[in-house]
Design a protein around this ligand. Structure first.
Ligand code: ACM
Ligand code: ZN
Length: 530
């Protein structure tokens, strides 16, 4: 059979590591049988459900369980037959068969997503329209460049329903993103149900409704005003999301922010503050964010340990994020309890007090079998090598990432310059309120997590990167999608595809088909400003 170097049919995002378009087509219809070789029942159920909801087919089981012969789809889970690595897979459409093979469940899920894209992009209507689908002949061998391909959603500034979270997880899976960082706590609302601190749900999760008012002009809460905007996720909902994500190859990483960005905690538990200021759940712009948990109060440390323990019990991920960014230490300088702690622990200053709190949280998490992640500010207070650094402050320089990696920290790169999806995509946003900062699609595509000159073992410490959606200016699910699409796709290719298989022109050329597909699936898409 004649083969071609490239093919217009290979429009998959992220671009596979190796792909080869072949002449000819396979015709898939509702009678094409499906063989599942060595596939556990849960994965089999996921594959069947996906084919049914996305492509509208309900394939009969293949009578020949080994999947030999032609005119069939065969999914095989087998480490010996498959390319190596957790997310790796092979997908071929040729010789009258669709064959997907992976050593691990995740790889098989990715093969399914690539197959879906192949069909949906070629047939239109999100792949769901006609009964007969044309599947271009192809050979793909694929695996991820980085193990951490994440997406962070801030649910404090605006609250998003479980339905919307599920839709975002579907989007992540479609583009082979595998870490959902759930930013649960911040000045504007506490979102995680806890057994031990009920006032977080009664008070910390709610604020007066300022819908319709520009964020920067929202009035602070007034005395006696009902707090009706907000909500929190119940334990059952969080467990549901963990399960929903896991079926799609996604880990969920909760973030419990300490010691700053905690106005909502201090509104609920004023005794955790250094002073007697009447803290409230914030309603709009809150800058500088002065609220900080008292570092000299043992009750605060107990609170942290209790909450982390609850989070560890709900989220099976090996990682828990403990924040650490933008902690304003003005209160600590004036607080006798904080100063006593500094003296007793022989700490150098307030930065070192934050370092002590973070290390205590980290030690507690380690005892629970979890690793801690913190924003890059935690480097300044002194942290153990085991802490994973989430690097966001690009203006501090690439050299700092390289230095931290050489010191042995694992790093997740999400520099604001390339990964902050709340930044506007172009200058003309038709009156939408935004951060006033810009991140073009092309710049997001150019994201490179590996600092220049970092090699060998140190380079292994760069786990990958992620896109972050802060939601001060993201009021609704549609608005979130508008910010994500298509820049999340650019980040997905930057994190998955080997550099020599990546090209901006190639990526840009694939986007119109993805826009059509995602629109058919009900996603909002920013207009293409290529
Ligand atoms: C951050 O953007 N403050 C992590
Ligand atoms: Zn204090």
């Amino acid at each position: 059979m004649e083969t071609k170097e490239t093919s217009p049919q290979i429009c998959i995002i992220p671009q596979p590591a190796h792909s080869e378009g072949l002449d000819g087509f396979f015709t898939l219809d509702h009678e094409t049988p499906l063989a599942l070789r060595n596939v556990d029942e849960d994965t089999a159920d996921y594959i069947r459900g996906f084919l049914n909801t996305r492509l509208g087919i309900d394939p009969p089981p293949c009578r020949d369980a080994e999947g030999g012969g032609t005119n069939r789809i065969v999914f095989t889970l087998d480490e010996n037959e498959a390319p190596r690595g957790e997310g790796a897979y092979r997908l071929t459409v040729e010789n009258g068969c669709i064959r997907a093979c992976a050593g691990f469940r995740t790889g098989l899920v990715y093969a399914l997503q690539s197959l879906y894209q192949l069909i949906a992009l070629y047939n239109g209507s999100g792949g769901g329209g006609r009964q007969k689908k044309t599947v271009p002949h192809i050979r793909i061998t694929d695996y991820p460049r980085f193990e951490w391909r994440g997406y962070m959603l801030d649910v404090s500034r605006h609250f998003f329903s479980v339905d919307h979270i599920e839709k975002q997880l579907d989007l992540m899976a479609l583009y082979k993103l595998n870490k959902f960082h759930w930013h649960f706590t911040d000045d504007h609302g506490w979102r995680m149900e806890t057994e031990t601190y009920p006032r977080l749900m009664d008070i910390g999760a709610w604020r007066p409704d300022r819908s319709g008012a520009p964020w920067k002009q929202c009035r602070p809460p007034q005395k006696g005003e009902p707090a009706v905007y907000g909500g929190y996720y119940t334990r059952g909902e969080m467990r549901h999301v963990v399960h929903y994500a896991a079926r799609r190859g996604i880990d969920v990483i909760p973030e419990i922010e300490i010691p700053g960005h905690c106005s909502e905690v201090l509104a609920a538990y004023p005794e955790f503050a250094c002073d007697d200021f009447p803290y409230t759940v914030q309603t709009g712009r809150y800058w500088p964010p002065k609220a900080i948990l008292c570092g000299g109060n043992d009750g605060v440390m107990r609170f942290l340990f209790d909450i982390l323990e609850e989070a560890a019990g709900i989220f099976p991920s090996p990682y828990i994020h403990i924040g650490g960014d933008e902690a304003h230490k003005g209160n600590w300088k004036k607080c006798p309890k904080c100063q006593r702690r500094i003296k007793e622990r022989k700490l150098k200053n307030e930065e070192a007090l934050q370092g002590w709190m973070i290390r205590e949280a980290e030690r507690h998490l380690a005892a629970l079998g979890k690793k801690s992640i913190g924003w890059d500010e935690i480097l300044e207070g002194g942290v153990s090598k085991n802490a994973v650094i989430m690097y966001w402050r690009d203006w501090k320089g690439e050299g700092r990432i390289a230095e931290a990696a050489r010191r042995g920290h694992d790093i997740i790169a999400c520099p604001a310059s390339h990964c902050y999806l709340d930044y506007s995509e172009c200058k003309d946003e038709s009156g939408r309120e935004g951060t006033g900062r810009y991140l073009s699609l092309k710049k997001a595509y150019a994201f490179e997590p590996l600092p220049r000159g970092l090699e060998g073992n140190a380079a292994q410490h760069i786990l990958g990167g992620q896109g972050n959606l802060w939601t001060e200016y993201v009021y609704t699910p549609a608005c979130a999608e508008y910010r994500l699409l298509p820049r999340l796709l650019a980040l997905s290719e930057a994190l998955w595809t080997p550099p020599d298989a990546r090209s901006w022109e190639g990526f840009a050329g694939k986007l119109p088909l993805h826009r059509e597909c995602l629109s058919s699936l009900g996603y909002q898409f920013h207009r293409l400003s290529l």
